[in-house]
Design a protein around this ligand. Structure first.
Ligand code: ZN
Length: 119
């Protein structure tokens, strides 16, 4: 079973996010719901290169009930973790609502650690 290596799951609402994410930082997150075994069923994975708190909150109003998150040591680390999360959960052919491969900043030259999408 793929592992996110993130903290949570936590209730997906603004006050819980405020209580959990106290740093302005690059980071990663996953959104979904919790099954009978109290495990997060991952429906969406994402990252922010500078503000994971704000990025998660941009999803409020969507139909997810739980989230997990982790801080990243750098934007590149966040990108590479998102790629692993995306592929681990099968991308759009798996359980994810993500419709496109994780993007990279223009001119970064970063490559996906899993596939050859960026050559
Ligand atoms: Zn890839």
């Amino acid at each position: 079973m793929a592992s996110l290596n993130m903290q949570g799951p936590f209730a997906f609402d603004k006050s819980t996010i405020d209580n959990q994410i106290t740093k302005t930082s690059a980071g990663n997150y996953a959104l979904g719901y919790v099954n009978k075994e109290d495990k997060l069923v991952v429906l969406y994975v994402g990252r922010s290169d500078n503000d994971v708190d704000g990025r998660i909150k941009s999803h409020i109003g969507e139909s997810y009930t739980k989230f997990k998150y982790s801080y990243a040591s750098s934007p590149k680390a966040a990108f590479e973790k998102e790629c692993h999360n995306y592929h681990d959960f099968g991308g759009p052919d798996g359980s994810l609502n993500n419709t496109i491969h994780p993007d990279r900043p223009k001119n970064s030259g970063w490559k996906c650690p899993v596939c050859n999408i960026f050559g």
